[in-house]
Design a protein around this ligand. Structure first.
Ligand code: SF4
Ligand code: SF4
Length: 171
C-alpha cells in the first residue's frame, strides 16, 4: 500500500489524530518537517510498506484509524534509531507505539507472534521458550548438555504485577 493509496481510500479523522499526537508526550510529531532522516536509517525499512516519515505525516493529516488497523505498524522493530536521528523530536517510534496501543484498544487484529510473546512474558518472564542450539542438522544441544544453569522460574508475583500494570496503562 502506498501513501497515495491509503489517502485515496481513507477518510481523515482529526479528533483521533489529535488524540494520538497528544499521547506521545515525550515526542513532538507535529513538528516533523519531513526531512526523511528517520527513514534513511530505519532498521525495518524493507519490511514497512510505508516509510516512517510517511506514517508520521499520515497521523498528522488524520489517517489514524486505517494505520491502527493495518499490519504496517507491527513491522517496526522498536530499535529507536529514528528517535536518535530525528532533528525535531518528532520520532516515528513513539507514533507507531501510540498507534499500536490504539489498535489494542480498538480490538484490531494483533499479530499472533505478539500475543505469543506476551503470554510467554506473563507465564515465565521470557519473550519465548528456551531454545535449543542447532550446530548442524543432527547436533542439537539444550542448556543442560552445554553445562548451562537452568533458567530460574519467575516470582509468581511478577505476572500479577505485570497484569495490573497493563490494566492501569489502559485507563
Ligand atoms: S520524524 Fe524527524 S527525522 Fe523523520 S522526517 Fe520527521 S523531522 Fe525528519
Ligand atoms: S523504531 Fe521502528 S520506525 Fe524507528 S527506525 Fe526502528 S524500526 Fe524504523
Amino acid at each position: 500500500m502506498s501513501l497515495t493509496d491509503l489517502m485515496s481510500m481513507a477518510k481523515a479523522n482529526r479528533e483521533l489524530s489529535r488524540k494520538i499526537l497528544n499521547r506521545v508526550a515525550e515526542a513532538t510529531p507535529i513538528d516533523c518537517f519531513q526531512c526523511g532522516k528517520c527513514t534513511s536509517g530505519c532498521t525495518a525499512l524493507k519490511l514497512l510498506e510505508l516509510k516512517p516519515h510517511e506514517i508520521v505525516n499520515l497521523v498528522k493529516l488524520g489517517f489514524v484509524e486505517e494505520l491502527a488497523s493495518s499490519d504496517i505498524i507491527w513491522t517496526c522493530v522498536t530499535c529507536l534509531k529514528c528517535t536518535e536521528r530525528c532533528p525535531q523530536k518528532a520520532t516515528p517510534y513513539h507514533v507507531i507505539l501510540a498507534l499500536r496501543n490504539l489498535a489494542v484498544e480498538k480490538e484490531a487484529r494483533v499479530p499472533e507472534e505478539f500475543m505469543k510473546a506476551l503470554s510467554h512474558i506473563m507465564e515465565d518472564g521470557l519473550i519465548q521458550n528456551v531454545q535449543k542450539v542447532a550446530v548442524t542438522e543432527t547436533e542439537i544441544y539444550d542448556r543442560k548438555t552445554l553445562g548451562l544453569p537452568e533458567i530460574p522460574r519467575i516470582n509468581p508475583k511478577f505476572s500479577e504485577l505485570l497484569f495490573k500494570a497493563l490494566e492501569e496503562g489502559q485507563k
